[in-house]
Design a protein around this ligand. Structure first.
Ligand SMILES: NC(=O)c1ccc[n+]([C@@H]2O[C@H](COP(=O)([O-])OP(=O)(O)OC[C@H]3O[C@@H](n4cnc5c(N)ncnc54)[C@H](O)[C@@H]3O)[C@@H](O)[C@H]2O)c1
Length: 440
């Protein structure tokens, strides 16, 4: 099948590359010229494990193409996925400019029957609006408005394991108006369901809302655990024990129950804001989700306060060397959107601290934000040289079993603020560290 993907970012590239790997002819379109040029040369502009290899194979086998020209990418396609970014407006509602820009261009470019599928996370009603916009353009061009059909197919992949998630999905949700549209999508996704049938067909509104609901549920689990962690600190309990006691109940399950610095990334914060705005707009406030959001905001502040308290006030942070391990919002990605590390760096710089940072893959994305104000180090141990404390913000695997004695030698004082609960408090105490973690 010929497939077009508009928006070659984390979602578009993974989807396009995996569909090409399954034998389809896939055209990935993006407005960013530098990105398309680099992709056409086999250089992947993002870090996602296993992705570059699949892209290179697609290019070599001539199943995967990259272009800035939507009309070229669209010519003869049966399905067109929209995978452009849908960031937040200042009020928290989703900014749909990119989605609607593509809809307008599509209306000018469609020449044969096509199913336009929204994979970007969009509020209820967007997919139908896209169809209306395309049809207006088609009518202007005196083309049959029925050349376009639409469907919703929200994406549930996770950065860091996106290729794997795409090949072995938990579920594929499609919202359609007509059964022939879901049949076409089922045919396309069939190679990814050989192990397990997981195709869910519903109406478009339910499909669009399901993505927000899923992210809100996951965010709720994180905020719940962060709230429990706060209580643990007050009453002398250990959140690790609470996590086991709660999560080993099969009705609850143990995934996504880790306390930390709160959720970040390109999806949870914006999707939570979008849901809150939707509740307000529909006069149906989502109070639980509002609390989830507030707890999340507070979690970073609380962690920062631990650092400030240790040094005896913000005034004492001036000139203090702070080493930071991890910048990405989570491990195995270079994505720094809404990463807790950025919040901490901004505040600590404001108070005059000197930041020395290391991340295995995300430093190039952070450099343009802070320039020379932050010292980017070539390795995690170099980062500690002459620092007054270490702050851990991302749970990269390589940080899990470090050489603590070497760390002690490099740091001015063995002080560690662990935002990801990587180490055992008792062991750290025995090693002579002043160790602060979450909920223990
Ligand atoms: N990143 C994730 O983990 C993830 C997971 C599930 C769902 N989503 C959703 O998928 C969507 C895409 O997310 P992403 O992280 O891949 O975004 P991204 O920012 O990585 O990529 C979006 C791409 O779209 C391109 N683009 C924007 N407007 C365009 C236009 N008019 N024409 C052509 N290209 C255009 C941008 O240049 C960019 O390359 C969002 O709605 C997001 O919420 C993301």
């Amino acid at each position: 099948m010929k497939v077009t993907i508009v928006g070659s970012g984390y979602v578009g590239l993974v989807t396009g590359a995996c569909l090409a790997d399954a034998g389809n002819e896939v055209w990935c379109v993006d407005k960013n010229e530098a990105k398309i040029k680099s992709l056409a040369n086999g250089v992947t502009p993002i870090y996602e494990p296993g992705l570059e290899e699949v892209i290179k194979r697609g290019l070599k086998e001539k199943r995967l193409y990259f272009t800035n020209n939507l009309a070229e990418g669209l010519d003869g396609s049966q399905v067109c996925f929209l995978t452009v970014d849908t960031p937040s407006n200042e009020d928290g509602s989703p900014d749909l400019t990119n989605v609607f820009n593509v809809a307008e261009t599509l209306g000018d470019a469609i020449n044969s029957h096509i199913l336009v599928v929204t994979k970007s996370t969009v509020p209820v009603g967007t997919t139908v609006k896209i169809k209306e916009m395309i049809q207006v353009q088609l009518k202007k061009r005196k083309c049959d408005p029925n050349l376009v059909a639409v469907a919703s197919n929200p994406e549930f992949l996770k950065e860091g394991t996106a290729v794997q998630d795409c090949r072995y999905p938990d579920r594929i949700v499609v919202g359609v108006e007509k059964s022939q549209d879901s049949e076409l999508l089922k045919e396309l996704y069939e190679p990814f369901m050989r192990k397990r049938e997981c195709f869910l067909i519903m109406d478009i509104a339910s499909s669009e809302l399901s993505k927000y609901a899923a992210n809100a549920m996951l965010a709720t689990r994180i905020s719940f655990m962060n709230e429990m962690a706060g209580l643990c600190e007050k009453v002398g309990a250990d959140i690790r024990h609470i996590r086991h006691a709660v999560g080993w109940d099969p009705r609850i399950g143990s995934q996504f129950l880790y306390p930390g610095l709160g959720y970040g990334g390109s999806c949870f914060p914006k999707d939570i804001s979008a849901l809150i705005e939707l509740g307000k707009k529909e006069d149906c406030p989502v109070k639980l989700i509002e609390a989830v959001d507030a707890i999340n905001q507070n979690q970073r502040e609380k962690f920062l306060k631990k650092i400030v308290h240790y040094f005896g006030g913000t005034q004492n942070l001036k000139g203090k060397g702070i080493a930071m391990w991890g910048l990405a919002f989570k491990p195995e990605t270079d994505d720094i959107r809404q990463a807790p590390s950025l919040f901490l760096i901004e505040k600590l710089l404001e108070w005059g601290a000197e930041i020395r940072a290391f991340d295995p893959v995300a430093m190039d994305n952070v450099r343009p934000l802070f320039g020379k104000k932050v010292t980017f180090c070539p390795g995690n141990y170099q980062c500690l040289e002459g620092a007054d404390c270490l702050v851990i913000t991302t749970e990269w695997n390589e940080f899990r079993s470090p050489n603590f004695l070497r760390m002690k030698q490099l740091l001015n004082k063995p002080v560690l603020f662990d935002g990801r609960n990587l180490y055992e408090p008792q062991k750290m105490k025995e090693l002579g560290f002043d160790y602060f973690s979450i909920g223990r």
